[in-house]
Design a protein around this ligand. Sequence first.
Ligand code: HEM
Length: 317
Amino acid sequence: MASPDRSRTLLRRMALLLTVLVLVITSLSAYIRLSRAGLSCADWPQCYGERLRQAQQGVSATAGDSDAVAAARFAHRIVASAALLIIVAIVAVCFSARPVWRAEGGVALALLALALGLAVLGRWSSDARVPAVALGNLLGGFAMFALCWRLLLAPGAALARGARVWAMLCVLLLATQIALGGLVSATYAATSCGGFADCLSAARSLPWSALDPWREPVLDGAVPTNASGALAQTLHRGAALLVLVATAPLALVAWRSRRRLASALLLVLLAGTAGLGIAMARHGPTLAMALAHNLAAALLLATLFALARGPATADER
Ligand code: HEM
């Protein structure tokens, strides 16, 4: 049996590789989904949602994928299979250690459950028309990334208990905000409304069922518009303000608790995610902006989740 030090080094290396692979997977998955939605398509915004409208007329969802999207789909399968193997290896290392590494083993089992769940969901991903599938992919992928990040980082100085509870509440708020962002994207709501006042007045007349992720979006007009997407747009913009107000002070607490890197990262990622969101709302989303927005949100969630972590357990020291 390997010495505990060698097993720790092995675990850290596997966790690093896994973290990178999971970020590649979430980014490839966003690239495939957003490209198919029509972001940055040649005659934007007329071509927005064209694939959905074709699918609603019975055309296969994978027909007409560009070479880049087909390559991304292939790469996604390879990288996801490699990630699954690494997760199984991490589970084996954690549960063969004596005493068993319970904290890391628990995280590894959660990763395994998420990876298997996403593999099952993947069967529907390419021809799914309801937003629920995209939401499951987005949230599952981000949760995996946050868990990998937590597995990777050596525990720094823990925040006081109250601040950790606060960080966990911010994680829940941010997860809700990410789900709303996913809903904006998966319901093709980019053209549903313009400025915040316009979105708010359009959203007022909409029922809550407009947020139902099991409902297929309906796009009408020469500039394809899903009128009921205004509700998700309005809530996503409003919740961004709540996230900023709740999370920014936590950066100050982290700074004072000697978590300087996490504190700086938190502020930069908050500003970056919100800034990119505002740019998309003003000028219309491009593929590059939406991908950067997605990446910044994943890193933000992982940073916050790591801050919610308690002191190191005995076997981590
Ligand atoms: C903390 C703040 C924010 C977070 C965490 C966040 C997160 C997200 C996420 C995860 C998505 C889905 C990306 C994808 O489909 O892969 C999204 C989409 C979107 N967000 Fe945000 N967002 C934030 C703030 C904002 C703000 C302030 C605005 C605008 C004022 C905005 C506008 C949008 C738009 C327009 C989309 C849809 C892009 C598309 O059509 O695909 N976001 N957001």
